[in-house]
Design a protein around this ligand. Structure first.
Ligand code: IDC
Length: 462
């Protein structure tokens, strides 16, 4: 009898073990974590952490893991609230990803410092339950320069993230991106070709191409597939030249971005999935909200950002602000409406726009105040009046650019086009030819901007 019991117990153990290691047993409960080192360099690394909930739905979660090397420290994380105590790292879900249905996944990440190699943690718990870990995908080889020989803006800075009020590069150092915006690609499509983008990267030393895709005014709404494909193509052309690409969902009239909510969801789900693996993409979700409250803009942002994050979790997203992206100033308000009621999301920045001949000291004062409280990006500005035309205001433009340089606020100038208006960088007719680099094709605005932008960036690399 004793023997029989012992045999039964052994059978039960074997059966138990088999059940535990089978896929059904894993799927029935718990969680899965994919931990990937997406980049590494001397003294640091970047990790992506994908959590898949295999258990019952959770509302509110805490992930814990132990960094194997005592020298590893989390520096800056995203898509969760990160903390570290000793070698134990804790990441808690934020408002928009704290609910995870069964089977749902969310992507987080962080940059870390390290003193040597970057071993991966092997044990993870979610709300105290042990997860099955998976550490697939080989990281790029360690070394001081993960992109040897590529001194381009993207080659040096890699994947960007927001750090405090700044935009930081892969070394977790604040940088300023200086670049140009296209005009409406529905009108000036021919201006964006190999020769013009070569000139932008090589002669202008532009860090950034903002791709202005109008939604109305013969834009996206007339041909969603065609505009999506052209935007992707411009992302690739910027990437091939080492430039960042800012995908601008150029809403303007009507000014309430919620009017285009469904279009934005469709568009961003598509471009974010297609460009997720790229390091050079920044998403600008609403060009210039106007005639709409900050609450309305915030609500739009909190619906679009999760769509982007679901497909491309680590990209920076820029949110337009009230009063044509004036932080509310053009509507008689100011930055406090955003400071007091920020968008519930991490790794985001807020847009500020100005036209130098129309917006002067009071707008500069608002930017100076806001810059210590909000991550800002001047995703569009002109050297002329807000109409896009008129004379270049050199004094005001210089005051603005000096301020942005000093605050390390990135910018994109309206426009890299040959439109027949003062804000255009090229003389009318330039885009019918192939010369984009001689000084003869530049307008006064173009010459001023090229002169400002082509100075060395001196991006920090350690
Ligand atoms: C302007 C263009 C102009 C076009 C007009 C209407 O320069 O050629 O006819 O749009 O679509 C903005 C907008 C930007 C404007 C620009 C200048 O983001 O679309 O472009 N501007 O008026 N905000 C403030 C100024």
């Amino acid at each position: 009898m004793k023997r029989l019991l012992a045999l039964l117990a052994t059978c039960a153990m074997v059966l138990g073990l088999t059940a535990l290691s089978g896929p059904q047993a894993v799927a029935a409960t718990g969680c899965k974590v994919d931990y990937t080192i997406t980049n590494q360099w001397q003294g640091g690394f970047q990790a992506g952490v994908k959590i898949t909930n295999l258990g019952a739905p959770v509302t509110g979660w805490t992930l814990k893991f132990t960094l194997p090397d005592a020298g590893q420290k989390v520096v800056q994380g995203w898509n969760a609230t990160w903390s570290q105590s000793g070698s134990t790292v804790t990441a808690a879900g934020v408002d928009w990803n704290r609910t995870l249905a069964t089977g749902a996944a969310t992507d987080l990440g962080f940059t870390g410092s390290s003193t040597g190699a970057n071993p991966k943690p092997t044990a993870f718990t979610l709300n105290g339950v042990t997860c099955t870990g998976s550490v697939d995908e080989e990281p790029p080889p360690p070394g001081p320069d993960p992109n040897p020989g590529t001194g381009t803006p993207v080659g040096v800075n890699g994947q960007l993230h927001v750090c405090g009020v700044n935009l930081c590069n892969q070394y977790n150092r604040p940088i300023q991106l200086r670049g140009m915006s296209t005009h409406g690609i529905q009108w000036f499509n021919k201006c964006y070709n190999a020769a013009s983008l070569d000139a932008l990267a090589a002669n202008w030393k532009s860090d950034l191409l903002r791709i202005a895709m109008y939604v109305q005014e013969s834009g996206y709404e007339t041909d969603p597939a065609g505009f999506t494909s052209r935007v992707n193509n411009l992302v690739d052309m910027a990437e091939a030249r080492g430039m960042y690409a800012m995908i601008d969902f150029h809403t303007l009239t009507p000014g309430d971005p919620n009017y285009n909510l469904d279009r934005a969801k469709t568009f961003f789900a598509s471009v974010a999935a297609r460009n997720a693996a790229k390091k050079n993409v920044i998403y600008e979700i609403a060009n210039e909200p106007n005639g709409v409250s900050w609450a309305g803009i915030k609500s739009y942002a909190e619906q679009i950002i999760p769509v982007i994050r679901a497909a491309d979790p680590d990209a920076v997203v820029i949110v337009g602000t009230r009063g044509w992206s004036s932080l509310g100033v053009s509507d008689g308000s100011n930055e406090s409406e955003v400071v007091n009621n920020p968008v519930n999301a991490t790794n985001i920045m807020y847009a500020f726009h100005f036209y130098a001949a129309s917006h002067r000291d009071s707008y500069r004062a608002a930017v100076s105040r806001a810059a210590s409280q909000l991550p800002l990006f001047v995703t569009e500005f002109g050297t002329v009046s807000y109409t896009g035309g008129g004379a270049v205001d050199r004094a005001s433009t210089t005051a603005w650019l000096d301020l942005l340089d000093q605050l390390k606020i990135g910018y994109a100038n309206w426009t890299y086009s040959d439109a027949n208006e003062g804000s255009a960088a090229f003389k009318p007719g330039t885009c019918n030819g192939s010369d984009y680099s001689s000084s003869g094709v530049l307008t006064e605005s173009g010459a001023l901007l090229k002169n400002r932008m082509s100075t060395p960036d001196n991006f920090p690399t350690s």
